[in-house]
Design a protein around this ligand. Structure first.
Ligand code: AHR
Length: 328
């Protein structure tokens, strides 16, 4: 009899411990779904470096507000240590879910493991991490950056298909070590390789900012006077490049062609005005998909490990047509 009572007590203790390990994570089979209005999500944003990022932040904040889900928001000012601090603070606060857009690809394993140990599911939005252990996050939701670079490269290939002399290209890279900077450079390089006349003569980071794009273009135009095309990893750097090209007494879109990625309002306006030649879209409107993922997980469901956003491209004529209905 004593033995039976002992076994029952041990079983009860195990169940209690399992309950503790469930931590802050939302709906599980054991606890059942939480009411949407009771969920708390921590979001660690990269910063406010570009028009794209501002639109992304607004979309996420607005969507969570509309859905009645509490969102704790932090801006890491493009610094990984700030993002790690924010994630640790969300773990301490025992939020139900953590979402973040990693400023760079490497160095996340330790903090992701801490979130996993606390039972808090993590959703990556917009940018990837290079962790080999993919169980550290639920899903990565965002664009295919390699494809974006390829689309930019395909336009350049077509534009210069009849070139009989070298075409000198300057590349304005995004934040060093970030997924979009790495992937957009790779997709572009792999595509333009098909035409030996297309040459990237200089490539430097402008950190995804307008000021960075302007400063780098000014310097690179001095050391490379015969530039035919600028490929900028985002609209903001392309807009900075326009200022530098004009300051050098040249006509952007004509003397120097410009290809960018994002399709935010100011970029689309410059495209419609003929100062940019082609834009590959990268959608910042990830709020609805993020909420869907959280609701599915809260209901005890599973989500695809990779969710890719649908995107298009714009020529100058298409920008004129699309501008009036553009949401960002
Ligand atoms: O990660 C997405 C990129 O980050 C956008 O293309 C860029 O504008 C932003 O800063």
């Amino acid at each position: 009899m004593k033995k039976i009572i002992g076994l029952a007590a041990a079983g009860a203790l195990l169940l209690a411990l399992a309950g503790c390990a469930d931590g802050g994570g939302g709906g599980t089979e054991a606890s059942g779904p939480k009411d949407i209005g009771d969920l708390v999500v921590g979001f660690a944003q990269v910063g406010a470096e570009s028009g794209w990022r501002t639109a992304n932040t607004k979309d996420i904040q607005d969507t969570f507000k509309d859905e009645g889900i509490e969102l704790k928001f932090s801006d890491a000012q493009q610094k990984q240590e700030n993002q790690i601090k924010a994630i640790r603070s969300y773990i301490q606060q025992q939020v139900d879910y953590i979402a973040f857009s990693p400023v760079v690809e490497t160095g996340w394993d330790a903090v992701l493991q801490e979130a996993k140990d606390a039972g808090i599911p993590v959703v990556l939005t917009d940018r990837a991490v290079d962790s080999e252990d993919t169980s550290l996050y639920e899903t990565f939701l965002g664009s295919d950056f390699v494809k974006e670079g390829q689309k930019a490269g395909l336009w350049v290939l077509d534009e210069y298909k009849d070139a009989t002399k070298p075409v000198n290209i300057i590349q304005l890279e995004g934040t060093t070590g970030s997924a979009p900077a790495i992937d957009r450079a790779e997709g572009f390089a792999d595509t333009i390789r098909q035409n030996a006349n297309l040459k990237v003569v200089a490539s430097q980071t402008g950190d995804f900012t307008r000021a960075g794009g302007k400063q780098v273009t000014e310097a690179l135009l001095k050391s490379n006077p015969d530039v035919d095309l600028i490929y900028a990893h985002n609209d903001d750097m392309g807009l900075g490049a326009i200022e530098a090209v004009e300051a050098a007494g040249l006509v952007p879109g004509k003397d120097i062609k410009i290809v960018t990625i994002d399709a935010v309002h100011d970029g689309m306006q410059a495209l419609a005005d003929g100062k940019i030649n082609f834009i590959v879209e990268c959608s910042p409107l990830l709020g609805a998909q993020l909420v869907d993922v959280i609701k599915t997980l809260n209901d005890g469901g599973t989500v695809e490990k990779r969710i890719i956003t649908d995107e298009t491209t714009f020529t100058q004529e298409q920008a004129v047509e699309a501008l009036p209905d553009r949401k960002y």
